[in-house]
Design a protein around this ligand. Structure first.
Ligand code: SAM
Length: 489
């Protein structure tokens, strides 16, 4: 059968969709870009803000109408809208949805397909799986240029699935050999108690993934051509804290770094951190391991101590400030990203101004700015008033956005004339697009197929959201073609 997955929300959802896709591929199902051609539709949902939830319901309504015309279509709902408890109320509300899958748990869809008799004979699947695994291990992958409008293919036509549990992941056919950067979850769930956050309700308590499973996941991605992996967790630096005498994130980085050297993975990143769990040992590990990129994502959320207290973040703004200095001291050339919520319950104009001032002072490389959205069952929704008007929230968001745009434009301008190392991720509107170690987007021209390559690029133009450059020795840099991309790629 053909399947199509819509992924809303965070990188963890991207990784979860990849996991589901992998399990479907192993069973012989195939991804299609044109969703109308799919037999199986899956929406992987986010509920972190009301707007994300609304998007999921919009798509569900559309699919419901189509399923009325063609009842053979299978609709799956995955992720935080489903949550970790039995979604009884959701089942009643959405009777046309065939399968409900909690975050990171695709099993219900696989069982459903089994029951429908849609599965191939188990032995045949296993044989195909073994063949696939051998093929991946034996064969060298070659990148080939993706053709416009058609899914890219790899140098070898693989048939059948890998059919192997324990961390191995198989990419959909069109991504094998062409996907350069992939996410690997290392901590599921979250046990923090930020008063505004729905994630612990929907993704369950914090659970670290066993090292062996992570290693298998990373190796399998490398053998399908992936060159950069990002280790994921809601609070990724909590890795291992739930395993007695277990490894911590610094240990895990060492282990993954070794695998990267063996398997040809060029870059390792991790996100998202929490200010209270960033140890010096972790920072020194990032600085010491050459394949771990100088890029830290550590949310601040607010620049006022009372607001931080109301959010139950567990640190003061002075501690956050000290942390930023510590990160900069220990990791040369580091880029730091943050998350900010504006218009939290009770946030006054003065308190907001402090957030503005902190952002202006710290000059971080990126800020994901969100307007506070009260989420069901959270402490802030039950016990605090959502008393900042939508217009005022928007005003605050825009003020921070404008400020941040100015800051990033200044930071990026320092790269003008510099040569930076770029990992080439894809072709976009006739140019190659890749990222620097600091995760900054760079566009440049070349007739060569550079997908998945590390190249040196001389920066010829900089803006707040991207930079342009040329390969040393080439003359074709085009400073007037500005590629419009959104602020949040
Ligand atoms: N765990 C990380 C941390 O230290 O906060 C970040 C993960 S969180 C799921 C992703 C981001 O969504 C948060 O950093 C926050 O800025 C935003 N977010 C979470 N709940 C929100 C809410 N109720 N309203 C607006 N934004 C929210």
């Amino acid at each position: 059968m053909h399947y199509h997955i819509w992924t809303l929300g965070c990188q963890m959802n991207t990784a979860d969709s990849q996991l589901l896709a992998s399990e479907l591929e192993k069973r012989g199902h195939r991804a299609v870009e044109d969703w109308q051609q799919a037999d199986i539709w899956v929406i992987n949902t986010c509920v972190v803000r009301q707007s994300a939830e609304d998007k999921a319901y919009g798509r569900l309504n559309q699919l419901n109408a189509l399923k009325k015309k063609d009842p053979t279509k299978i609709i799956g709902l995955m992720g935080c809208l489903v949550g970790v408890r039995d979604p009884l109320r959701l089942r009643r509300k959405l009777p046309y949805v065939d399968v409900f899958m909690p975050p990171s748990e695709p099993e219900a869809m696989l069982a459903f397909l089994d029951d429908r008799g849609a599965e191939a004979d188990a032995l045949a699947v296993e044989a195909a799986a073994r063949a696939m695994r051998d093929a991946i291990q034996d064969e060298e992958f070659h990148f080939i240029e993706p053709q416009p409008g058609t899914p890219a293919v790899v140098s070898r036509d693989y048939a059948g699935g890998m059919g192997h549990a324990g961390g191995d992941l198989i990419l959909p056919l069109h991504e094998r050999g062409t996907l350069v950067s992939a996410h690997v979850p290392v901590v599921y769930g979250c046990s923090h108690a930020c008063t505004y956050c729905i994630i612990p309700f929907r993704r369950g308590i914090e659970r670290s993934r066993p090292v062996g499973e992570i290693v298998a996941h990373v190796r399998s991605l490398a053998r399908q051509g992936v060159k950069e992996i990002t280790l994921l967790g809601q609070i990724v630096d909590r890795y291992g804290k739930d395993i007695p005498d277990g490894p911590d994130l610094a240990d895990l980085l060492h282990i993954v770094h070794e695998i990267a050297e063996e398997e040809g993975i060029a870059r390792i990143r991790f996100l998202t951190s929490h200010p209270n769990w960033m140890t010096d040992r972790l920072l020194d590990t990032v600085a010491a391991l050459p394949r771990v990129m100088p890029h830290i994502e550590v949310p601040n959320q607010a620049g006022d101590d009372d607001v931080l207290e109301n959010m139950k973040r567990g640190y003061t703004i002075e501690a956050y400030r000290r942390l930023i200095h510590r990160i900069r001291e220990r990791i040369p050339g580091v880029a730091i990203h943050t998350d900010i919520i504006v218009g939290f319950s009770g946030e006054t104009a003065e308190q907001f101004q402090r957030t503005y001032d902190v952002l202006a002072e710290l000059k971080l490389d990126k800020a994901h700015i969100a307007k506070y959205s009260p989420r069901p069952h959270t402490v802030s929704q039950r016990r605090m008033d959502d008393d900042v008007t939508p217009e005022e929230k928007e005003r605050r968001r825009k003020a921070l956005d404008d400020l941040q745009q100015q800051i990033v434009a200044e930071i990026n301008a320092r790269y003008l004339g510099e040569t930076v190392e770029v990992l080439v991720e894809e072709r976009h509107k006739g140019k190659w697009r890749g990222r620097t170690p600091q995760n900054k987007l760079v566009f440049f021209e070349s007739d060569r197929n550079l997908l998945g390559e590390l190249v040196n690029v001389e920066i010829t133009w900089t803006g707040p959201w991207s930079m342009q450059g040329r390969l040393p020795g080439s003359v074709e840099a085009d400073p007037v073609t500005i590629i419009p991309i959104s602020a949040q790629p």
